[in-house]
Ligand binder design. Structure first.
Ligand SMILES: [Fe+2]
Ligand SMILES: [Fe+2]
Length: 134
């Protein structure tokens, strides 16, 4: 297990969104640190709560930016956000029940979840939004 390192290839070309994605990387790394150091359940829950909360904020901000740019695939992207949010909340609930047993699985899930969100979903709007912003 390793910390996630930001890469230039994760950039969607819009500074505000890149900053928010960097913040998500940071928050997931905080979860990683608790898992790695076998921290208390409360510490882990609070790191996960912060992540879930910030994810909600980020998705809403991204949807607003797409709305303002009249991005044609907004509805599809919004559905994808709902799916991603459900996935992470599902894990959050499992964590409460299954505890330590799923910590590592959870971290791997978060890492893939974030990379999928940025590289596969958000890259789809990148060119369009960059063009609109000029
Ligand atoms: Fe995003
Ligand atoms: Fe997104």
């Amino acid at each position: 297990m390793l910390l996630i390192k930001w890469r230039d290839s994760y950039s969607v070309g819009i500074d505000q969104i890149d900053q928010e994605h960097k913040k998500l990387v940071e928050l997931i790394n905080e979860v990683f640190i608790v898992v790695r150091d076998k921290g208390h359940a409360e510490t882990l829950n609070s790191a996960v709560d912060t992540l879930v909360e910030y994810t909600g904020y980020h998705f809403a901000a991204e949807e607003k930016a797409m709305e303002e740019a009249r991005y044609p695939d907004l509805d599809k992207h919004r559905e994808e956000h709902q799916r991603l949010e459900k996935e992470v909340v599902g894990f959050q609930q499992r964590l409460a029940v299954e505890g330590d047993a799923i910590r590592t699985e959870f971290y791997h899930f978060l890492r893939d979840w974030l990379i999928h969100h940025i590289v596969e979903c958000d890259m789809l709007y990148s060119a369009y939004l960059v063009k609109q912003a000029v």
